[in-house]
Design a protein around this ligand. Structure first.
Ligand code: 13P
Length: 250
């Protein structure tokens, strides 16, 4: 089972949800997906069940990833989980720089870049999250803010094959307040013009997902936006009916 960089990506971030008993969700999800070969489906369960989920989804068409990683591979970092540990249990992806982890840990863009580099070193594909707060948007600073995040968080080694970007406006996460199509289009254009200025080769420009209150009713419109390579779904990915409905729209 290989990641197909030409297909859309539908990713589900479970955040701090999921116990061993949630493995039955994998069975129901697989039963409800009717078109598994048309997209790359990635689930990001909590660390404790990554190994179980990776085993359960082997060759099923669903990939497993982790929600964060440390920037070092090992050492005296109590409580931390490294990219090498994630790779060791057969996860293939890792989210870095999600706004919830940036805020909770005061992560700088520089740390996010080191995490993405650790992912690359350990054969994981990082999903590097960017996105402005309500305050930045209200002050009209959203484009400069996201451009600086890209400039400082993306490793030199970034290519379309080894890295994914997710635009997740903080004010849209978990609020039911999905960004308007116009706002997504404007920001995605800004992201791609910034990436074009950073990379001389088109093959090195990663794809961009949208995340923030995605659900079965709004996903078709968001997926039809030019240059949107897929979705990073939070709450709706916890429910196999809603998540499969989103996947089946592809
Ligand atoms: P919601 O879909 O619950 O808004 O979460 C989005 C998100 O943070 C995905 O990483």
């Amino acid at each position: 089972m290989t990641f197909n960089t030409d297909l859309p990506i539908i990713a589900g971030n479970w955040k701090m949800n999921g116990l061993n008993q949630s493995k039955k969700e994998i069975g129901s999800l697989l039963k409800k997906i009717t078109n598994i070969s048309k997209s790359n489906v990635i689930l990001f369960p909590p660390f404790t069940i990554i190994e179980t989920f990776a085993k359960l989804t082997e060759n099923s068409g669903i990939f497993i990833g982790a929600q964060d990683c440390h920037h070092e591979d090992y050492g005296a970092y109590t409580s931390a989980i490294s990219a090498s540990m994630i790779s060791d249990v057969n996860a293939k992806f890792v989210i870095v720089g999600h706004s919830e982890t940036r805020t909770a840990n005061n992560y700088t863009n520089n740390i996010i870049r080191l995490k993405a580099e650790a992912a690359h070193r350990n054969n994981l594909i990082p999903i590097v999250c960017v996105g402005e707060s309500d305050l930045h948007r209200k002050s009209g600073d959203q484009f400069n803010f996201v451009k600086a995040q890209l400039e400082e968080s993306l490793p030199q080694s970034t290519t379309r094959d080894n890295t994914i970007i997710a635009y997740e406006p903080i004010w849209a996460i978990g609020t039911g307040n999905t960004a308007a199509t116009k706002d997504i289009v404007e920001m995605v254009n800004c992201i791609f013009s910034k990436l074009n200025s950073m990379k001389s080769n088109k093959k090195d420009i990663p794809r961009c997902l949208y995340g923030g209150s995605v659900n079965p009713s709004n996903s078709r419109d968001i997926l039809s936006i030019e240059n949107i390579g897929g979705l990073l779904v939070g709450g709706a990915s916890l429910d196999s009916s809603q998540f499969s409905e989103i996947i089946n729209l592809i």
